[in-house]
Design a protein around this ligand. Structure first.
Ligand code: AMP
Length: 579
């Protein structure tokens, strides 16, 4: 297919907001593509050339894109800038000017030709790479038609934002094959194991939906992580899963580790599947030293450790290791310990469906530890097999006394459930002062400009919401205007700036009285603590938080990982039960 034809689809998709219409447009597009075209188009639809978990970014700031544009159009930069400011959109400005000039280099490029050129630009590095990227983009602008140019320049700025999620693409795959959503569960299960949308699409086209059952974990493609359900007493846990393995719940950050001994490459992925390998060189060294398998995917929680006192550090300290600069210095100051708790794949064997207790046995076999915490970076999360509620309570009290967050109970024959919050893992945390046991992960949907003292911060209150899975919408639960430090107000304002959108996103359901001055794309996740959940007529969740306050920013979580409405409803019915 020609890129120009793809651009007409971009335009149609951009013009509609109904999820159903987008799905059917995508399905129609996908039907017309070859397997390879489909794979690459899906990346382009997301404004990328590789799946999101691969850290290949275009690295072109708006300024650089403008350089490519003015060079392609042979225009004076000041004039172009003036017009672009008026139109408020680089893509449309390029399109406008392209319509006025006839290019001698016009070429009806295919999707694959355009993709190849963009791929080269994205993967260029070194001294002259910026110049190289500008030249490639500039040539493409000269070659492509006006509408194609509009979308082309949005790709390197990661401004595609066509308003749909990975889930819509999965629906569209099902539509492509059957004209309805019926295949989505089978496709989604495969996607959880191998969340590379392009790859999944290509295999569907090449081999059909039957092949989805054969999708295996793939080294250096992170598996979507399993999550835990929550309960608030030992007795409830035993009633739910019977005799179980009880592990401490470390309050650090989760890592999924992929290691290939032959090439010596270790990659670390965060909960939101971001490649964070560069941040934790000490963990990488530990894995190389202590791992006996040749090829492995495992998971653990990394937590800061104070060698002087032999104790674990609180989350606020551990989180300082999440940084892009001064990595080596901080690693010396705050060394990490990685407590491994899951084995998902080793030497050609997929462990995802193996019962927990067997997975755990294999995990112990492939990691060499001296069992001396001061010597090893990689350790195995200790566990105790317990069959009585009171014993779980004792274990829990002990974890709290040691400064840990609580415990996680694991069903002995439970499988690993990629992408699911399942009962095979149950977390039990305690909050001393509040009736709600757990915190709530909310998406920041918008904010109001500051009044009084807060005019300095540019933000006076922000609206937060949770995810209603049934409606596939974000619903509101609180507008928060107090309880943040000056630093936190400044931080939330700064983090919001990139996310501003002109109007309320169509996935937001907001009552009139809760409208915001500024709307944000669903991206920023904050952990909110509150005293109580109450019924509410003014919030679209029909529930609201009493005395909400910011606990911390959850940059490691994606908007889709926010607490769901049904979870909040069960917290509401369960509140007060905690001790
Ligand atoms: P959730 O993410 O809501 O499912 O809460 C469970 C989180 O606890 C995981 O994502 C891990 O980051 C963390 N965690 C800490 N210790 C453990 C453990 N022993 N087993 C599993 N998860 C753990």
């Amino acid at each position: 297919m020609k890129f120009a034809d793809l651009a007409t689809y971009f335009e149609k998709i951009e013009a509609v907001s109904s999820r159903l219409t987008i799905t059917s447009l995508l399905a129609e597009l996908f039907q017309k593509l070859t397997p390879l075209e489909l794979e690459k188009t899906v990346y382009l639809l997301q404004g990328r050339v590789v799946p999101a978990f691969q850290a290949i970014e275009f690295g072109m700031a708006e300024k650089t894109v403008v350089k490519a544009i003015v060079s392609a159009l042979n225009m004076e930069k000041a004039y172009f800038d003036r017009e672009a400011r008026k139109m408020g959109d680089l893509g449309k400005t390029v399109e406008f000017f392209k319509k006025q000039f006839l290019s001698f280099e016009a070429k009806d490029l295919t999707i694959l030709e355009t993709y190849e050129a963009l791929y080269k630009a994205a993967t260029a590095h070194g001294d002259k790479s910026q110049e190289f990227k500008i030249n490639i983009l500039s040539l493409l602008i000269r070659q492509l038609d006006p509408l194609s140019a509009r979308y082309l320049v949005r790709i390197p700025q990661t401004l595609m934002r066509l308003g749909f999620s990975d889930m819509t693409v999965l629906d569209a795959y099902s539509w492509m094959l059957t004209g309805d959503k019926s295949l989505r569960p089978a496709i989604e299960a495969a996607y959880h194991v191998r969340p590379d949308l392009g790859y999944i699409g290509r295999i569907l086209k090449e081999k059909g939906v039957k092949e989805m059952a054969n999708i295996q974990p793939h080294i250096f493609t992170p598996i979507i992580m399993m999550r835990a359900e929550r309960l608030s007493s030992g007795e409830e846990i035993i009633a739910q899963i019977g005799t179980c393995a009880v592990e401490p719940k470390y309050d650090g950050f989760r890592l999924q580790i992929h290691y290939d001994k032959k090439s010596g490459v270790v990659k670390l992925y965060s909960r939101s599947l971001e490649d964070v390998s560069l941040m934790y060189p000490d963990v990488i060294e530990g894995i190389k030293k202590q791992m006996s398998a040749d090829e492995v995917i495992l998971e653990g929680e990394a937590i800061g450790f104070d060698p002087a006192t032999g104790s674990f550090l609180p989350f606020q300290d551990t989180v300082q290791r999440k940084r892009k600069y001064d990595i080596a210095e901080k690693a010396l100051e705050i060394p990490l310990k990685l407590f491994c708790f899951e084995l998902l794949y080793a030497d050609g064997k997929n462990y995802v469906h193996t019962p927990f207790i067997e997975r755990r046995k294999c995990l112990e076999e492939i990691i060499h530890t001296t069992k001396d915490i001061s010597k090893d970076t990689v350790l195995i999360a200790p566990h105790e097999i317990i069959s009585e509620g009171v014993k779980i309570e004792l274990n829990f009290e002990d974890a709290i006394a040691r400064g840990l967050e609580g415990i996680i109970a694991k069903k002995l024959d439970g499988i690993y459930q990629p992408g699911a919050r399942g009962w095979n893992w149950i977390k039990f945390k305690r909050s001393y002062s509040s009736k709600i046991e757990d915190t709530i992960d909310c998406v920041v949907m918008g904010y109001d400009a500051g009044k009084g003292k807060r005019t300095d911060f540019g933000i006076g209150a922000f609206l937060v919401g949770i995810y209603d899975k049934t409606k596939e919408k974000y619903v509101t639960i609180a507008k928060i205007g107090t309880g943040l430090t000056d630093i936190e107000w400044r931080e939330i304002f700064a983090k919001s700036q990139k996310l501003k959108v002109k109007s309320k996103p169509s996935v937001y359901e907001v009552e009139k009285g809760m409208e915001c001055d500024v709307w944000l794309d669903p991206y920023l996740v904050v952990e909110i603590k509150a005293d109580e959940i109450t019924k509410s007529p003014i919030h679209t969740a029909h529930l609201a938080l009493r005395f909400p306050r910011l606990q911390r920013f959850r940059d490691d979580k994606k908007a889709e990982d926010a607490t769901t409405l049904s979870e909040m409803e069960s917290m509401f019915t369960g509140q007060g039960k905690t001790k």
